[in-house]
Design a protein around this ligand. Structure first.
Ligand code: AFP
Length: 345
């Protein structure tokens, strides 16, 4: 028998299931449903990780030649991740309805299964255009309480502002697989130990460091930006001498870019630009990308804005609504708002 996976004192190991359970115990009225739901998402993450790390081998790499509702080519792994999350959550009686970035409409709970009290929104595989190049991708999820009283969940349940989030998180499929989540009691990170098949607590109570190292933006689009965004970018590079220059890091995979800045300090932004008249508010989706990460940023001491005000205060009007996003250290994000106020309004 091999024992090489037993590298840690077992009394020090905290599984994600135990951690979420103990966190929920602090709420006397908690029924355990949220704990179970988060654990189901962790399970989906493990299943998806098993495929993303074998993408080339499993002959699953590549495009399906289908166009999704965002007008993007659907990757096979996107479809697998999407189906995995849906199927692991459609029958549990915990959800009233789901929404996926890959689908135009709501994903209803099949008739034969019970309806629950939570709403789950997810971007099954964000950054999927990177898959063919072995670059990290991620799953982003958000959980709300339903607002309607009974029956299948409706658009009213889904179109809630980020202030109503019960929990949000992401799974990063990188050099290791990490799950980071918040239920409004701080941000906690878990790393998947493949040898035991479980997410183990590796980063409790994550806070964004005060002294930021990085800025992340697609500089290739600079010519499409407003004056405020260009001047803000100069500021981050220390060109006007107000701060030391930050290093530029841009993966083009939001979860990876966000995670690095969360751990090291920095700002990610995807501004509004005039590159594509059909997308005047940038590329990123409010409900599937910006709001869940904004909740995490705020819980880690940071801030997220659309350049004018908090992402969490935006009342969505459409399931696939887009928003400019500035996210990371609070002073850096507030500085973006300042530049936009001064030059663009
Ligand atoms: P894909 O899922 O099409 O790769 O898009 C990824 C993404 O939504 C987000 O993860 C990135 O931060 C952003 O788009 C990158 O967009 P650009 O390629 O325009 O910089």
């Amino acid at each position: 028998m091999t024992t090489d996976h037993i590298t840690t004192d077992p009394t020090q190991i905290i599984t994600i299931e135990r951690y979420i359970f103990e966190e929920q115990q602090q709420h006397p009225d908690a029924t355990g449903t949220l704990t179970d739901l988060l654990y189901d998402i962790a399970l989906a993450g493990k299943v998806i990780a098993s495929k993303t790390t074998r993408a080339g081998l499993a002959e699953i790499l590549g495009r399906t030649n289908e166009i999704n509702v965002q007008g993007e080519v659907v990757q096979k792994l996107d479809r697998f991740a999407d189906l995995t999350i849906f199927r692991l959550n459609d029958h549990t009686g915990r959800l009233a309805v789901m929404g996926s970035e890959e689908h135009e409409g709501l994903l209803h709970i099949p008739e034969q299964y019970p309806i629950g009290k939570y709403i789950l929104l997810f971007d099954p595989l964000d950054g999927s255009s990177n898959i063919d190049f072995n670059i990290p991708v991620g799953t982003i999820f958000s959980i709300y309480h339903r607002v309607t009283k009974s029956g299948p969940g409706t658009m009213l349940d889904v179109l809630q502002s980020g202030r109503n989030l019960v929990a949000s998180g992401y799974i990063l499929y990188g050099s290791s697989t990490m799950l980071v989540y918040t239920t409004g009691q701080g941000v906690h990170g878990f790393t998947l130990d493949h040898t035991v098949g479980e997410f183990l607590l590796s980063h409790p109570h994550i806070m964004i460091p005060d002294d930021p190292d990085y800025f992340s933006v697609n500089l290739g689009y600079e010519k499409y930006w407003t004056e405020g965004v260009r001047n803000y970018t100069d500021f981050l590079q220390g060109i006007d001498g107000l701060i030391k220059s930050l290093s530029l890091r841009y993966v083009g995979s939001l979860v990876a870019d966000f995670h690095r800045n969360l751990m090291a300090g920095g700002v990610f932004y995807y501004p509004a630009d005039n590159r594509d008249p059909t997308k005047p508010r940038g590329k990123l989706r409010l409900l599937y990308e910006a709001a869940p990460l904004a909740f995490i940023a705020e819980q880690a001491g940071g801030y997220a804005s659309d350049g004018i005000g908090s992402i969490l205060d935006i009342q969505p009007e459409d399931l696939h609504e887009r928003t400019p996003l500035y996210i990371g250290n609070r002073p850096l994000v507030e500085k973006a708002e300042e530049y936009i106020r001064e030059y663009d309004t």
